[in-house]
Design a protein. Structure first.
Length: 266
């Protein structure tokens, strides 16, 4: 996806408001609207093993929607085991009806060992969001909160992330974290991230260029795509908040497909 102009960015916000129910951005009635596929429809759904954790747990992606020629959108519920709220969104998206031309790739847990143990790190004690190749450097110490591992991509989960992103080339990737209550400014192609932030009522701010950050690697390696972090608030999401995030995912997915279609070769 190519960088949107300021005028396109404004259009994204207006179109998204329409897509989520015709009301103003942030309208609670839109958040309560049904996000499930219409009765009688069959939305294609497939599950794929995309790697394994340190302890051998399978990392799975569930694909929703038609895949041939589709714009891929990846949504990751949990990368830090102490920040699990996003899995409620990926779970709810399994019953959603993706926009035309979109394939949703839902990964509940890219760190299944840490999510099972309730630890930020994987079973080797590595913070996977400091283990990507982008600007990697030694951080902390073994067992420390932000230990970046012995080298970039030292962990099987990190290699699974890299392989999956390379193979599917998601036009948009959304990674859920906690507990800062914001949408992280990816530093480029801000229209999609800013639109998401407005739809869910969170501030859009730069969280900083953290070394070994996964979205930093994605945005550097694939400059026509957009990856950003959504920092959810502490605790579990309410049903209303969950619905709002589901609708925001579907809205920006539709926008991504529209932008991709505009720039597709004739």
């Amino acid at each position: 996806m190519r960088t949107a102009s300021p005028s396109i960015g404004l259009g994204l916000v207006l179109i998204a408001a329409t897509l989520i129910g015709g009301g103003a951005v942030g309208d609670h009635r839109a958040a309560r609207a049904d996000v499930r596929a219409p009765a009688g429809t069959v939305t294609p759904r497939r599950s794929f093993a995309i790697g394994h954790s340190v302890l051998g747990r399978t990392i799975r992606a569930v694909a929703i929607g038609e895949r041939a020629g589709a714009t891929n959108v990846m949504v990751v519920g949990c990368i830090h085991g102490t920040e699990p709220a996003g899995t409620a969104i990926t779970s709810a998206l399994r019953d959603a009806n993706p926009p035309a031309g979109v394939a949703l790739w839902l990964v509940d847990r890219f760190n299944p060992d840490g999510c099972a143990a309730g630890t930020r790190q994987n079973a080797n004690g590595v913070d996977l969001n400091r283990n990507a190749r982008w600007n990697w450097r030694p951080l902390d110490r073994p067992g420390g909160t932000y230990w970046s591992g012995p080298s970039a991509l030292s962990e099987p989960e990190s290699r699974a992330i890299r392989g999956f992103v390379r193979s599917r080339r998601p036009a948009v990737s959304i990674w859920y974290h906690q507990h800062s209550s914001l949408v992280d400014d990816p530093g480029r192609d801000r229209g999609i991230g800013r639109t998401y932030a407005r739809l869910v009522g969170l501030p859009f701010r730069d969280y900083g260029p953290l070394p070994g950050k996964i979205t930093g690697w994605q945005n550097s390696a694939f400059p026509h795509d957009t990856a950003f972090v959504v920092e959810l608030p502490p605790g579990e999401l309410s049903s209303r908040a969950r619905a709002r995030h589901v609708r925001a995912v579907l809205a920006v997915a539709a926008l991504a497909a529209e932008v991709s279609a505009r720039h597709a070769p004739e």
